[in-house]
Write a protein that binds this ligand. Sequence first.
Ligand code: ADP
Ligand code: ZN
Length: 600
Amino acid sequence: MRFALTLLAVYAVFFLISSFFDADAPETISYTQFTTQVNAGNVKEVYATGYSVEGVLKQPATDPDDNRAYTKFVTEIPVFASDEQLYQSLVGKGVQIVAESPTQGRGLFWNLVLSLLPVLLLVGLWVWIMRRGASLMGGGGLAGLGKSKAAKPVEAGKVRVNFDDVAGIDEVEAELVEIVDYLKDPAKYRRLGAKLPKGILLAGPPGTGKTLLARAVAGEANVPFFSASASEFIEMIVGVGASRVRDLFEEARKVAPSIIFIDEIDAIGRARGGASGIGGHDEREQTLNQILTEMDGFSGAEGVIVIGATNRPEVLDPALLRPGRFDRTVVVSPPDAKGRAEILKVHTRGVPLDADVSLEQLAKTSPGMTGADLANLVNEAALLAAKRGKEKVSMADFADALEKLQLGAARSIVMPEEERRRTAYHEAGHALLGMLQPGADPVRKISIIPRGRALGVTLSTPDTDRYNYDYDYLRGRIIGALGGMAAEEVVYGVITTGSESDLEQVTMIARGMVGRWGMSEKIGPLTILPSEGQPQAAPATLAAVDDEVRRIVDECYEQAVRLLKENRERLDAIVEALLEHETLDEEAAYAAAGLPRKTE
Ligand code: ADP
Ligand code: ZN
């Protein structure tokens, strides 16, 4: 679209310029009119080519044919008019006869330029787009004209990262040690005829350190690191992506041993025929084919290793995963508590910490956070400490930074007292039910400070990282999520719109239990509601699934209401504490409820 608009603009400019020059174009006049002007002595100079005569008048005259005033003219001399006679009368009237066209003031050069202008502009535009596309990859130059500039490696010795910078994912590191050894001394492997993988796929959620790992492999082996993002290739014009891939591999081969890192490889490596990603279909296919061709072309002895990264390994084209291509997949998972503590250690290396800071404690309260999240947490805490004018970062800074990251930044609006109280009941309902459910995640924080769209928040996170959930746990989660709405009903007897996202969560869990995780006896262990795509079942079965979902949620809601009624004093106590303090941490929350903090 932008391209089309630019094209239009180019043409508009061209027409403007040429019509500007055209205003000065000579008038075509009759031979009679011409001789009249000659005889009147009004012709200054003429220039003749064959039977065509161009000239300039001394004074403007009006063409009787169309009443237009002119000073420059062209005319045709009839064959029967005598040259000799014309020549004589021209000389007699003192008309200058010149050797260069007097009407074509802009001259041959400018005529040429003008006629070529649109073409030149278009070519310029094209080159500009190419350069832009190419520079995305860190290169530059006239890509697509066949002479694109080299992809730039990260120089050895510059911005080096090594395994010391990667923490908490030791098993993944171990899988890559062999690659590092190979890159350090490919000859050793070559002599023994050992074949190493040409391509390694790092699969894992965003922020788990895939890019960091690839860089660290290059850093450990001290080899050049070429990096590109697959989406960059397909944003280019058709044909450029493939040629960039060719260049990338060529450059990497020149300085081998080396590493090529291709991020977001699913953007081009998506199974054909699936939902298309960004960019044209053809471009993706061409780029993918080029990568496959390059990898097939390796003998394996060059010492170029391609590392691909994706967070959606399941959508990849199987062609990418065949032997000789990305035939080794290394799964990179979010770190566990111990891993998180180690990652925090790495990122606090340059940060002055107060004596009260316990990274282990922080790691425990941040389940689910990735390496990138933790790096961000450290930075936020340091920013806070700086803002507070402190010399060192304390545990309180970390706690506040964690709260901001987990709950969202506080919004400063003044809530009417009535609204505050209702919000307090809503959150206290969530929290109390979470505290009462055996096996539920401990309540970490309750707050009635508005953040984002939410008026309040209750945060519960597990002590240890959970990978599997059982029926009772999920039921407990539903009861806890319904706690806000149930409390409003118990206390006020009405239901507000404030429970929308709670209900979304409830629905998601209940549907998962029935249609995905085989937790309903009536439906049985069938995948009826796959995590992606359409439900797969007969209408009668779907209706039965709905009934089961409804039954589970109804039972949970009844239990939520009953529990809150039975524990009304605890509910009220939490509300009073919340109204006073606005935010309760774990200890304060359990204390207000008069309940012991569960230990599993
Ligand atoms: P991905 O490529 O998986 O999306 P990145 O490698 O870009 O993730 O990680 C982003 C940042 O998060 C890294 O630059 C690093 O600061 C931090 N990080 C992620 N994982 C780790 C880890 N295991 N150890 C240390 N830092 C990490
Ligand atoms: Zn709620």
